[in-house]
Each structure stands twice: as structure tokens, then as C-alpha cells.
Design a protein around this ligand. Structure first.
Ligand code: ADP
Length: 362
């Protein structure tokens, strides 16, 4: 493994020199900057593991530098440790950490403590990176498996249909049933593969944030679920739904939640679904309320785990919808949860904080 590099930032030359000396003696590779502008350039081009960032710089404040490092998807995982004069007050420390810094050291810092602190950060970074790599491999694996299964599956169902056409008509009942089983199995497998593909893409694709219209999303979802809606005669009502910014995949979340409300209804009760929206600090909270089966309190968290289902085969599903919805919402910095009472109904809530309209990597 290569020697981890530390970007040492200080506009006071003797201080910069003394700290770099300590770091080099401890075996770190050290690069230096004396201004905020230089720091941002070096972080972007040289990708140091840690930035030891003086708070007072001539061209911009260290807090602003830190904010820009953390706001850029390419450099956001850089560890930033602020370091400032002994006169720093509690409010400075709070502000520095709130700007995204990972730690805040106040001079005088004992050289041995400085080195030990940086080593501790490097250990955490390595563990984090190993976890990220293994996650990425798993995602790629899931994507590849799903992708590769699609082709033979298509061949199987197309040729089964061809075979059915070539067989002497009318088909006897046994043959017809066998063909239906094969085609139904292939159809369910295709849904499963599509869901796995969507799930693995939701994790590693970039987000395309754009203006969305809540009313238009609902109209699309109702059109997509038309057959299911007609089938069970559900009454869907809604509050006025707002305009907001989000990735287009948020529509999938509405569809999963409304689709589930329809699937997990109580057959003996006319189904009612209500979609509401209200502003929360800097964003929106949406809710989908149903009067369906409801969920036992002990499962309220588990249902967001991939493949976790509470019903058997009698209600079709893969157990991916809520896990996928959670990934999509969390990629927006939001939260999804459910309140429910068995035999009464469930309300799923999710938040979408205000988004910047630019492509960012999830
Ligand atoms: P799927 O519907 O494909 O099984 P989901 O991830 O969408 O997968 O949901 C996971 C489980 O959560 C479902 O199998 C069901 O048991 C439960 N669930 C989801 N939505 C509702 C709901 N509105 N009412 C009752 N149970 C629900």
C-alpha cells in the first residue's frame, strides 16, 4: 500500500514548516498549501488522504474550503482536520465541525498526539474504503448476474411460445398447463431480474436531479397501476402535490408504495389510499396512507431489508420494492419509515430534502 499523503495547510510559513517536519518524520508523504485556492486545487488533483487545514487563510476561511471539499462528489471522502489558534472558542469548533470537518484540533497540539490522531483517522479510512470496495463488488456482481440471466430467459420464453404454436392445435389440457407454468415462471423471473437490476443501479448510478411535479408523478403512477386499480376498485385521494426537485426515480417510490397499498389490502374492506404532502425544514414530506392489512410492530424495520416479505406466494412480490425505495430516498438525503396497525392500515412516510439541480454520484 502506498504511503498515505497529508495535505498540510497553513499561511504561516514557520508553522507550516514545523508541522510538515513532524509529519515527514512520522513517515507520511506531505504536500503543502498556504491558501484556500491552492488547497482546493491540490485536493482535487493529488487526492490526499487527510487535509490538515488551518482555519485562518488569506483568501478564504478554512470552513469555506472544507465545505467545498465536502460538497464535491470527487473529494467528499477526504478527511478534513481543522487546526486553529489557541484562542478558538467553542462556537468555532461547532461551526468547523458543522461545515463537514471530521475533527478540530486547537493549538498547541503535541506532535505525538497529532501523529496518533492522523493514524487513527487513516485506520478508519482504510476500513471504510475496504467496506466501500466490497459493497461495489457485490453491486457489480448482482448487476452482472441479473444482466446475464436476462438473455437465456428471453430465449426460453420465446421458444416455449414458438413450440406452443407448432404443436398440434388444440393443445390438450396437460400440455397447455405445462406451457402456462413455464411462461408464468419466466415472467416472474423477469420481474425479479428487473427489480434486482433497478436495485443495483439505484446504488451506484449517478442521480439526475430535475424539477418534478407531484401531480404529474401521481398521474403516471395511476396510469401504470391502471389494471390493479380497476381490479380492486380502490379509492385514491390526495392533497395538492407540490413541485420539487429530485431524481426521476422518486416516481418509482410512489409507485412501490401505492402498488403495495393495493396488494396488501383487506379483501373484506373497500380500499382507500390517501397521498399527502407537507413542507418540512427545507424540503417535503410525503405520506401514503392505506386501510389495508397493516403490519405488526416487530416487522416495521425489517420490511425495508431486501427480500424481507411477510406474506407467502399468495400475494406476488420479490421483497425488493421497499429496499429499493429506501436506497432512492437515502440517496436524496431523505428518510423513509412506516407507521402501522395490524387490521387497521399503514402509513408510509418519506422526506425529500431540497436538492441541488446537478448530477451527483450517489
Ligand atoms: P414485495 O411487495 O415485493 O413483497 P416490498 O419490499 O415492497 O416487497 O415489501 C416488503 C413487505 O412489506 C411485503 O412483502 C409486505 O409483507 C410488507 N408491506 C409492504 N407494504 C405494505 C402495506 N402497505 N401494507 C401491509 N404490508 C406491507
Amino acid at each position: 500500500m502506498s504511503t498515505p499523503s497529508i495535505l498540510n495547510v497553513d499561511d504561516y510559513a514557520p508553522g507550516l514548516y514545523a508541522r510538515s517536519k513532524v509529519l515527514k518524520q512520522a513517515g507520511f508523504q506531505v504536500i503543502e498549501a498556504m491558501t484556500g485556492g491552492q488547497t482546493l486545487e491540490l485536493v482535487s488533483n493529488r487526492m490526499p488522504a487527510i487535509v490538515l487545514l488551518d482555519v485562518n487563510l488569506p483568501d478564504m476561511s478554512g470552513f469555506e474550503v472544507c465545505k467545498q471539499i465536502k460538497a464535491n462528489a470527487k473529494t467528499a471522502s477526504t478527511t478534513v482536520v481543522h487546526i486553529s489558534a489557541s484562542s478558538a472558542q467553542a462556537q468555532h469548533l461547532v461551526e468547523g465541525l458543522n461545515c463537514g470537518a471530521d475533527s478540530y484540533l486547537v493549538e498547541p497540539v503535541d506532535p505525538a498526539v497529532l501523529v496518533a490522531t492522523l493514524r487513527a483517522f487513516l485506520r478508519t479510512r482504510e476500513a471504510e474504503q475496504a467496506l466501500r470496495r466490497s459493497n461495489e463488488e457485490l453491486q457489480r456482481f448482482a448487476y452482472m448476474v441479473a444482466h446475464e440471466l436476462n438473455e437465456p430467459l428471453r430465449t426460453m420464453s420465446t421458444h416455449t411460445q414458438l413450440l406452443a404454436k407448432q404443436l398440434k392445435q388444440p393443445l390438450d389440457q396437460g400440455t397447455s398447463e405445462c406451457i402456462d407454468y413455464v411462461l408464468d415462471g419466466a415472467r416472474r423471473m423477469r420481474f425479479f431480474i428487473d427489480d434486482i437490476l433497478r436495485y443495483s443501479q439505484a446504488i451506484h448510478d449517478s442521480r439526475d436531479v430535475r424539477p418534478m411535479n407531484g401531480e404529474a408523478i401521481l398521474a403516471n403512477v395511476v396510469a401504470n397501476l391502471y389494471a390493479a386499480i380497476e381490479n380492486c376498485g380502490v379509492e385514491i385521494t390526495h392533497d395538492p402535490l407540490p413541485d420539487f426537485k429530485a431524481d426521476g426515480r422518486v416516481e418509482q417510490v410512489f409507485q412501490n408504495l401505492i402498488g403495495n397499498a393495493i396488494k396488501y389490502r383487506r379483501p373484506e374492506v373497500p380500499l382507500k389510499v390517501h397521498i399527502s404532502a407537507h413542507p418540512v425544514s427545507g424540503g417535503w414530506q410525503f405520506s401514503v396512507k392505506d386501510n389495508g392489512l397493516g403490519i405488526d410492530a416487530k416487522y416495521l424495520h425489517q420490511i425495508f431489508h431486501i427480500f424481507r416479505r411477510l406474506q407467502g406466494r399468495e400475494i406476488p412480490g420479490n421483497g425488493i420494492g421497499l429496499a429499493l425505495s429506501q436506497k432512492i430516498i437515502e440517496a436524496h438525503g431523505g428518510r423513509i419509515w412506516v407507521e402501522s396497525e395490524p387490521g387497521i392500515g399503514s402509513t408510509f412516510h418519506f422526506t425529500i430534502p431540497q436538492q441541488q439541480e446537478a448530477s451527483t454520484t450517489v
